[in-house]
Ligand binder design. Structure first.
Ligand code: ATP
Length: 340
């Protein structure tokens, strides 16, 4: 398979900080990849290398068959045809919407109607004469998006683009941006540390930690088949439960679980909270109850461990109730106990 964007073998040190260690991303044309990882894991550095704003110590970046970065090549950012949107989506306040969008365009491109074309793409036709101060937060973001799209980039890069928005606007703008990128067939890379955001935006998600890409897969693939306990816990909630694996099942404190891999011996099994059930009577104690409207979460203390259980209903139990926990879900992924 050939990829539209391929960045491989990326290593980058800042003095003695290793920001990237042999990292690689591959994105098919028209797809969105999300780099997901905790603060400081190297997401922004990777994005900046793709944009040409940073030069890696090792590795290469190829877009649409053209090598942009390699040991002997560095195409300057302005010649890469890569659009970049940052956290603040900053617009020039003293320029009209149209002039903001025209900012990076040549005279010929402006004359060819690129400004109107880009404003139409983001649903803001007719807003060209307004000033940024007269726009809502969501509209300002769409103007910034139009400005990035106007030069017809081959790839769009987004660095934590929604993190400054309040939660209501955030969900809306993020869905709009994802839909628009799909509609125009844009190849894009988003950076976020928010798992929910990564799953909403990404056709594929690359999970990063300490400069390495640990796993790249579809959101569903990462959620159901994480490559380590750490990845399992980082993408959504997980109960990491000690067990004894053998013969296709894993013996645990919550019963015998079907095993997804052929591990034998002591292991850590990954159990998603929505795959556990609670029923009255047993050795477990409900230690807390959280009701979210659409579902509820119990924490259950059992044999010196605490289990998180999610049910798709209002809570039926209260703190202090004695319960038992059972498993009702797909085959369980497990790791040798020493692995994290
Ligand atoms: P965040 O989510 O907090 O933005 P990140 O995953 O984007 O983090 P990077 O900004 O890529 O992480 O940083 C990776 C590591 O490299 C960090 O330890 C950071 O301190 C370091 N780093 C990044 N840029 C520089 C620089 N210009 N000089 C020195 N160290 C740097």
């Amino acid at each position: 398979m050939s990829y539209y964007l391929e960045a491989v073998g990326l290593t980058k040190k800042f003095d003695d900080v290793v920001a990237l260690r042999d990292a690689q991303i591959r994105v098919e044309r028209g797809n969105a990849l999300v780099l997901l990882g905790p603060s400081g894991c190297g997401k922004t550095t990777l994005l900046r290398i793709v944009a040409g704003l940073d030069v890696p110590d090792e590795g290469s970046v190829v877009v649409a068959g053209e090598t942009l970065t390699a040991s002997d090549t560095h195409i300057a950012p302005e010649y890469r045809r890569i659009g970049m949107v940052f956290q603040d989506w900053a617009l020039f306040p003293h320029m009209s919407v149209a002039r903001n969008v025209a900012f990076g365009l040549s005279k010929a491109e402006v004359e060819a109607g690129r400004v109107d074309e880009a404003l139409e793409m983001v649903g803001l036709s007719g807003y060209g004469t307004r000033y940024p101060g007269a726009l809502s937060g969501g509209q300002a973001q769409r103007v910034a998006l139009a400005r990035a799209l106007a030069p017809r980039p081959q790839v769009m890069l987004f660095d934590e683009p929604f993190s400054n928005l309040d939660s209501e606007l955030r969900g809306k703008v993020r869905s709009e941006v994802a839909a628009l990128m799909r509609e125009v067939g844009m190849t894009s890379v988003f950076v976020t540390h928010d798992q929910e955001e990564a799953f909403v935006l990404g056709d594929t998600v690359a999970v990063m930690r300490e400069g390495r890409i640990l796993q790249t897969d579809t959101p569903a693939g990462i959620y159901s088949s994480p490559v380590s306990s750490w990845v399992a816990s980082f993408v959504g909630e997980a109960n990491i439960v000690p067990g004894d694996a053998g013969g296709g099942s894993i013996a645990t404190a919550v019963g015998s679980l079907p095993a997804a891999n052929g591990l034998r011996g002591s292991c850590s099994a990954v159990i998603r909270p929505e795959h556990l059930l609670v029923s009255s009577g047993g050795d477990g104690t409900i230690s807390s109850v959280e009701f979210y409207g659409h579902d509820s979460t119990y924490r259950v203390a059992l044999n010196d461990a605490t289990y998180t259980v999610r049910v798709a209903s209002a809570p039926n139990f209260q703190p202090g109730d004695m319960v038992s926990i059972s498993y009702a879900g797909p085959a369980v992924v497990a790791f040798p106990e020493t692995q994290s």
